[in-house]
Structures are given as structure tokens and as C-alpha cells.
Write a protein that binds this ligand. Structure first.
Ligand code: 0O2
Length: 191
């Protein structure tokens, strides 16, 4: 229930932040926002991987992405605008940031992750619920969703040649994002 309250709070907060950004700048950076609640089996797997038992306390301490939001934007610069917008919100607390764009994961995965604490107001008290916000471009999202399917298909044993190809495509995606960013800068001269 606590996570459901946090989901509502965070969804409303993100909607307001994005809407006010659009009003101020006269520009819509966000393509779409997705949210998901981690399934019990996925939480179990994550705790198992980290060597913890499946308990409420361990979930709260060691799984920061039970609640997850994904903000998909058009251009690379939009990622950083949205990250700055969310991290400066007075209504949520920024706990951690992971810039997998500056430092991609071994797989080639790129995205910007923010771990935030969302206050939920219960009778006579406030509790802070963690949530992960992933911010990425459409191109990064395309790569990640394909990668996700590959991981699901092959489970732990992804063939080397598939891994290699995906690493190469991740580089292509980064290059494409840089080109699109450049194009956006050229376009802005004409606006
Ligand atoms: P799902 O299905 O998206 O929920 P931590 O969460 O910090 O305790 P972890 O797992 O190292 O530990 O965090 P990380 O790597 O910063 O972020 C995890 C999430 O990022 C994953 O969640 C994915 O959503 C995404 N991610 C990370 N690496 C990859 C990758 O190589 N490919 C793809 N497609 N996504 C990736 P889950 O829980 O693994 O999955």
C-alpha cells in the first residue's frame, strides 16, 4: 500500500514538473512516461542475487526500484534538463544518481538513473519510500527494450556474438544521439 501511495505522489509530482517545464520553455521534451511496480518474484530474485532474505525490512533497505518510473525524451540534452528538474524538486528527496550515459554499463546500457525518496503522509507521520526514475532518449529506450527481450530469451547465457553485436549497436545509438543533438542545435538557430 505504501508503494501505491508513493506511486500516486510521484506520478502527480512528475506530471506537474514536466507540465511547468513545457509552459516555461514552450517545448515538449518528453515523449512518454512509463511506470511499473516490481513483481514479487523479481524482488525475490534481486534480493537473492544480493544475498539477502526476502523480508519487508530487506526490501526497504536493499531494493530501491520496487517502484520505477521511466521518462523517455527526444534529445540527449533533454535527459539532463529532466534530471535537473527532478533533482531540484522540493517535494522529493534525491538519494542517489547514476549516470550510465557518461559511464555506460558493460552491456552497453545507457540511461540516467535517479533514486529518490517520496514522502507519503500517513496518520501522524511521514514515511519516505524509495523509487527509481530512469531518464533516457528514444534511441536508448529502443536499445534497452531489445536488450531486455534478448535477456529474457537467453536467460543468463547470452551467446557471445549476440552480446558483441549489442555492444556495437549501443555505440551506434550513442553516435545517433550525438547527431540528433547536433541537429537540434542547428534547428534552434532557426526558431
Ligand atoms: P527491470 O525489469 O527493469 O525491473 P540496485 O537497483 O542499485 O540495487 P542494480 O540492479 O545494479 O542494483 O541497479 P542498476 O543497474 O543501476 O539499475 C537496474 C535497472 O536498470 C534494471 O532493473 C534495468 O531496468 C536497468 N538496466 C541496468 N542494466 C541494464 C542492461 O544491461 N540492459 C537493460 N535492458 N536494462 C538494464 P532490473 O531490476 O534489472 O529489471
Amino acid at each position: 500500500m505504501k508503494y501505491q501511495y508513493a506511486e500516486k505522489m510521484l506520478e502527480a509530482e512528475l506530471e506537474i514538473l514536466i507540465h511547468s517545464f513545457e509552459k516555461k520553455h514552450g517545448y515538449t521534451p518528453v515523449e512518454h512516461v512509463k511506470k511499473r511496480m516490481k513483481t514479487e518474484s523479481s524482488i525475490r530474485k534481486k534480493l537473492e542475487k544480493k544475498g539477502y532474505e526476502f523480508t519487508e525490512e530487506n526490501i526497504e533497505k536493499h531494493v530501491s526500484d520496487v517502484l520505477g518510473f521511466r521518462i523517455v525524451v527526444s534529445f540527449l540534452s533533454d535527459v539532463y534538463d529532466i534530471v535537473s528538474l527532478v533533482s531540484h524538486s522540493p517535494n522529493i528527496i534525491l538519494k542517489e544518481r547514476k549516470d550510465y550515459i557518461a559511464s555506460p554499463k558493460e552491456t552497453g546500457y545507457t540511461s540516467y538513473h535517479l533514486i529518490v525518496l517520496v514522502p507519503i503522509y500517513l496518520e501522524n507521520m511521514v514515511e519516505y519510500i524509495p523509487a527509481e526514475i530512469q531518464v533516457r532518449t528514444v534511441a536508448m529506450d529502443f536499445w534497452a527494450s531489445l536488450d531486455h527481450k534478448i535477456r529474457y530469451k537467453f536467460k543468463e547465457s547470452i551467446p557471445e556474438e549476440v552480446k558483441k553485436e549489442m555492444e556495437n549497436y549501443a555505440k551506434d545509438i550513442q553516435e545517433l544521439d550525438r547527431k540528433m543533438y547536433y541537429l537540434n542545435q542547428i534547428m534552434s538557430k532557426y526558431q
